[in-house]
Design a protein around this ligand. Structure first.
Ligand code: NAD
Ligand code: DAU
Length: 361
């Protein structure tokens, strides 16, 4: 029997890319369970909706009855838990949804998977996997040097990263205590098609196109480690197929950049595709170069200074490496956003690229 993957949060940025990669690279049936929050959209899955191996269920991972029902009905051979509130700035404005989904919801999915898994025949029980998708932000902030390994102690600094750290601990505990075959992946910053425009790279692309200010938090010297989303998804399939249960794996592109470098790269690639001189929105504001739109704004509260992933474990154990350079990935990404401006409008009904996550007083 072919595998069935239950993909929670599969209508979001990384989830929908994973669905595409998994349909292309495996013969598995894919069942997406997604609440369709502001960050999730069926528009992200339009091109796979007609595939006979694809199924969609709308619902909340914190709804225990529903999750149990979906698991009993589709009998997955693996659960991949992407579902989460994912934006740090929103977690500063209102942590409650982060606790509900990232902590309680993740626990509900683990507990439902455990109940189902414990009754499976032994061969299916052995091959079952629960993959918890997590982030490098659980490790906190680095100084000028060094990188996060799987042994780095967790030290989350935002409500978002604290909620993700809690779920990582539950996934580990469910393996140690009940034997559920869980694996956790901690990945660095993803970019690519279908990323919601609240995140740095799509926000900068769209603001360039509209001739709007490019907001740079603080001094722009914060460092992130960037990975093209499809490379992340291929890494996740590798971990799912060959990773050791009870382990965690750091995934990252060995691609550290300061935020200012990212903004400059976006400006220069947008210029290649759509020169500022031909952009009416730029002419309207009297701007000649996209870089002139750069604007320093108040810093994010608790802003982590630097993230860097040491991916040695996944490279040596599972031979996974990203295939694209940042420049290649950025060209693909910017090309995609230029071709999908209708998608950006469609998913941004309630969000107008306003500043989020400042604390009063
Ligand atoms: P996203 O915000 O784009 O998508 C999240 C998806 O989860 C959406 O489709 C949303 O509708 C769904 N969802 C939210 N709450 C839900 C609930 N209660 N029940 C069911 N579905 C719900 O996020 P993303 O950037 O695709 O991130 C996916 C996962 O990867 C998250 O767990 C995140 O922590 C992790 N991650 C993200 C990055 C990154 O750079 N984006 C890096 C490392 C790890
Ligand atoms: O490291 C992995 C994490 O990467 C994921 O777990 C999160 O889900 C994902 O959102 C991302 O978190 P960041 O906070 O790093 O991403 P964001 O795009 O919000 O910000 C990237 C950097 O850019 C960060 O240093 C803040 C800065 N920034 C962000 C925005 C939105 C700006 O300078 N200006 C902005 O307008």
């Amino acid at each position: 029997m072919e595998a069935t993957l239950l993909v929670t949060g599969g209508a979001g940025f990384i989830g929908c890319n994973f669905v595409r990669v998994a349909l292309a690279e495996t013969g598995a049936r894919i069942v997406v369970l997604d609440k369709l929050t502001y960050a999730g959209s069926l528009a992200n899955l339009e091109d796979v909706a007609a595939d006979s191996r694809f199924h969609f269920v709308k619902g909340d991972i914190a709804d225990a009855e529903l999750v149990r029902k979906v698991i009993r009905e589709f009998r997955p051979s693996a659960v991949v838990n992407f579902a989460a509130e994912s934006h740090v700035d929103r977690s500063i404005e209102g942590p409650a949804a982060f606790i509900e989904t990232n902590v309680v919801g993740a626990w509900v999915v683990l507990e439902s998977a455990r109940n189902y898994w414990s009754d499976l025949p032994s061969m299916e029980k052995d091959s079952f996997r629960f993959l918890q998708i997590s982030t490098d932000e659980v490790y906190g902030s680095l100084g000028e040097s060094g990188a996060f390994t799987e042994l780095t102690p967790m030290a989350p600094n935002s409500p978002y990263s604290a909620s993700k750290a809690a779920a990582d601990h539950f996934a580990r505990a469910y393996h140690k205590t009940y034997g559920l075959p869980t694996i956790v992946t901690n990945c660095s910053n993803n970019y690519g098609p279908y990323q919601f425009p609240e995140k740095l790279i799509p926000l900068i692309i769209l603001n360039c196109l509209d001739g709007k200010p490019l907001p740079i938090y603080g001094d722009g010297g914060n460092v992130r480690d960037w990975l093209f989303v499809e490379d992340h998804c291929l890494g996740l399939l590798t971990v799912l197929e060959r990773g050791r249960v009870g382990e965690s794996y750091n995934l990252g592109g060995r691609c550290e950049r300061r935020n200012l470098e990212i903004v400059d790269l976006v400006c220069s690639v947008v210029e290649e595709y759509f020169p500022a001189a031909r952009n009416p929105s730029m002419a309207k504001g009297g701007m000649k170069e996209y870089a002139q739109l750069k604007t320093y704004v108040e810093d994010r509260p608790g802003h982590d200074r630097r993230y860097a992933i040491d991916p040695t474990k996944v490279e040596c154990e599972l031979s996974w490496r990203p295939s694209l350079t940042l420049e290649e990935g950025m060209r693909k990404t910017i090309g995609w956003y230029l071709d999908h401006q209708g998608w950006c409008e469609q998913v941004s009904t309630e969000y107008r690229r306003e500043r989020l996550g400042l604390v009063d007083g």
